[in-house]
Design a protein around this ligand. Structure first.
Ligand code: ADP
Ligand code: ASP
Ligand code: MG
Length: 452
């Protein structure tokens, strides 16, 4: 059994869904369980319309609902015309759009949106795409069965980034999905969405469909997890930033995990952990180019000096200095307890005896954080920073790699620099508007010739 996940562009229009259907048909012998994202752009549109409605702009919000409706109904028309149950599916999707419109009206009346109601609205993208894809598969003779992901993916109630409950998920997967697979069916679920044990809809956070795929893969003991997307695999850099980025045919779990955490959006950062636990290989393939060999992520991929460069912008740096606390025990603990209390994770950390600097990519609790941190010392914020990560096993092992990286960056100002304990990730914090220059310079240093 394998888990096959299609991202937003891979189910973004009727042609894309046809290509995804071909992929699933080609894997019939391996008994696939299918996870789908919302059609590309839908989740963003849903979140924006919920916020718009709560701000009082109901007409604009309802216009977005109609746009989502037209797009999905057009896909139904193109794919389900000759299917006996096609009209029911189309009606069901139209009813979901009515429900989104009612939610928008309710948010408009309330005048504010909570994380819980945001998740309720955002979940419709995957609810609609999973129904549509199930029916499109059936239209092509694949014995697909729709499974409401909220009955399987049990999570905490931390809305908008809920934590999965792996034991409960494994139990539900055994009860609901395994019997379908044994009966020769192809279960189809929406990624990204889940529910609390009492049945309230949650989401795993943006990009979370990859995570659904790996959680399900682990729950079902899958042989492989396949992530189908819009690039040929994991590349040596984001192809939107570096036009010469190259395919990485094989990569180690730890390297892929570092890259995902530091900006390689092709994988959600949490995807690797469930796969590592059971040693399940993760493959990344291109739905538009299915014959490409893709990327294979495992424990045993060959080591390379530098494997890839990742980057993420819009990072906030927070510096806390506490001269009065010189050498005081508990200062660091105090600082990190505050981050934990505000559920804000930090990416890069550097410390001295009297200060600590950290980077955050989620600054949504910044005001409250700063109020609390000021109890420990002086707080300074630096916004619009970027993190660039150079990942590869030579970073810690080979003396020349770090020197080459720093030389390639020339006179770019580096605010923080950190080598991961595993020695495979050198992370730098730079000015946000120099991120692209830094990635391009590092990429040409390490990948301009085949010898890197
Ligand atoms: P999906 O909707 O299929 O989940 P995403 O947009 O989430 O797709 O992820 C694919 C995108 O990730 C690519 O289009 C690419 O721009 C971006 N990306 C960033 N870094 C990398 C990388 N190192 N290798 C491949 N793609 C990357
Ligand atoms: N549809 C969700 C998002 O756009 C989840 C995903 O695509 O992985 O964030
Ligand atoms: Mg994605």
């Amino acid at each position: 059994m394998i888990v096959v996940k299609f991202g937003g562009t891979s189910v973004g229009d009727a042609d894309a869904i046809r290509r995804a259907t071909d992929v699933v048909a080609s894997r019939a012998r391996r008994t696939p369980v299918v996870v789908v994202s919302a059609a590309s752009g839908t989740t963003t549109e849903l979140i924006e319309l919920a916020e718009q409605a709560a701000r009082g702009q109901l007409i604009g919000a309802l216009r977005s609902v109609e746009h989502i409706r037209e797009r999905h109904i057009a896909m139904c028309d193109a794919l389900l015309r000759n299917v006996p149950t096609g009209a029911d599916t189309t009606a069901e999707i139209a009813a979901m759009c009515d429900e989104i419109a009612s939610l928008a009206e309710a948010l408009n009346t309330l005048g504010h949106v909570t994380p819980r109601s945001l998740d309720a609205v955002a979940s419709f993208g995957e609810q609609m795409s999973s129904l549509l894809v199930t029916e499109a598969f059936r239209a092509r003779g694949i014995p697909a069965e729709h499974v409401d992901a909220r009955e399987v993916m049990v999570t905490s109630d931390h809305f908008t980034s809920a934590e999965p409950r792996p034991d409960a998920i494994a139990e539900r997967a055994r009860e609901i999905i395994a019997p379908l697979v044994s009966a020769g069916k192809v279960p189809v679920l929406g990624g990204y969405i889940g529910a609390t044990s009492s049945g309230i809809t949650t989401t795993l956070g943006r990009g979370g469909s990859d995570y659904t795929a790996s959680l399900l893969g682990a729950a079902l003991g899958a042989e492989d997890i396949e992530i189908w997307t819009d690039v040929d695999g994991m590349l040596t850099a984001d192809p939107r930033v570096v036009s010469g980025a190259r395919l990485i045919p094989q990569i180690r779990f730890d390297e892929a995990s570092e890259l995902a955490s530091f900006g390689a959006k092709v994988l959600h950062p949490n995807t690797i952990a469930p796969a590592v636990r059971l040693g399940i290989p993760v493959y990344i393939y291109n739905t538009r180019n299915p014959r490409q060999s893709g990327t294979r992520i495992t424990f045993d991929a060959p080591r390379r000096a530098v494997t890839a460069i990742a980057a993420k912008g819009d990072v906030t740096m927070v510096k806390v200095s506490a001269p009065r606390m010189l050498l005081a025990q508990g200062f660091l603990r105090g600082v990190f307890e505050i981050f934990e209390r505000h559920r804000t994770s930090v990416d890069v950390v550097s410390t001295s005896e009297v200060s600590v600097s950290v980077t955050l990519d989620d600054a949504s609790h910044l005001d409250e954080l700063v109020v609390d941190l000021r109890m420990l010392g002086d707080v300074a914020l630096e916004r619009n920073r970027a993190i660039v990560a150079i990942v590869g096993s030579g970073i810690g092992d080979r003396a020349d790699c770090m020197g080459r990286a720093l030389t390639a960056l020339g006179d770019l100002h580096i605010y923080m620099l950190s080598l991961s304990a595993t020695g495979i990730n050198l992370t730098l914090v730079l000015d946000g508007d120099r991120m692209q220059d830094a990635v391009t310079a590092l990429h040409s240093e390490f990948f301009a010739s085949a010898s890197a």
